[in-house]
Write a protein that binds this ligand. Structure first.
Ligand SMILES: N[C@@H](CCC(=O)N[C@@H](CS)C(=O)NCC(=O)O)C(=O)O
Length: 228
């Protein structure tokens, strides 16, 4: 299997399946398609458009060329293909709840995504404080994330959202990095979950790679004109 991903510093959707596959020791070949722009005539669109009509990353491509171009669909496909890896919780209700919060993430949190773009190497605490003060929708999204994590951890007992590490933790990994980049205030139990999530194998490996990248993409940077 190949997994097409975008820049590790910026591509939150790419991060999720990469972290999941890496965490669960599922072999894959990474194919990095660096962002130049998302314009129809960009190099990025030419490369990904050859594999997916949606023209976005991530894309999982089987050796025979069969492609899956949506993060949630990739997660489900890999979970089915490697049932012994237990990517979703075993318990039916816990699994349903894990799927529910992944779907909530997949289709929601527009204000959080818009205001707090993933930017792993950056540290933007002043931006975080300003946006939280000025943007009620982003504030509500952050509050919902905190509540969602607290409810899941309380119900499962941790250490991860649904007990053992699952797709749900990979799904929220980019959000953990966002809360860190923008230094958003969180209660102690959530801070402790974030530490565990950042140290988990796949996430730690992705962050290491992201920090090695030296590209500054102005179209991904709402708050800076250069890297520090
Ligand atoms: N629903 C898609 C979203 C993928 C997505 O938006 N990927 C971004 C990179 S993080 C992208 O390729 N954007 C290109 C564009 O918007 O044209 C998924 O779940 O995989």
């Amino acid at each position: 299997m190949k997994l097409l991903v975008g820049n590790k510093n910026y591509s939150s959707w790419s991060m999720r399946p990469w972290v999941m596959l890496t965490h669960f020791d599922i072999p894959f070949e990474e194919v990095m398609t660096r962002f130049d722009s998302f314009a129809p005539d960009s190099r990025f669109k030419a490369a990904v458009g050859a594999l997916s009509p949606a023209g976005k990353v991530p894309i999982l491509v089987e050796d025979d060329g069969f492609a899956i171009w949506d993060t949630l669909a990739i997660a489900e496909y890999v979970a089915e293909k490697f049932p012994h890896k237990t990517l979703w919780p075993r318990d039916t209700r816990r699994r349903a709840r894990a799927r529910t919060v992944c779907a909530e993430m997949h289709s929601g949190f527009a204000a959080l995504r818009g205001a707090f773009g993933m930017n792993i190497e950056a540290s933007l605490p002043e931006v975080g404080a300003r946006v939280l003060a000025e943007n009620a929708a982003a504030r509500a999204d952050v509050a919902r994330i905190i509540q969602l994590w607290q409810d899941a951890l309380a119900e499962s007992g941790g250490p991860f959202l649904f007990g053992d590490y699952s797709i749900a933790d990979a799904y929220f990994a980019p959000v953990v990095t966002r809360l860190r980049t923008y230094a958003l205030p969180v209660p102690a139990d959530v801070a402790a979950y974030m530490e565990r999530a950042l140290a988990a194998k796949g996430t730690a490996a992705w962050i290491r790679d992201a920090l090695e990248e030296k590209e500054f993409l102005s179209f991904e940077e709402d708050y800076r004109t250069s890297r520090d």
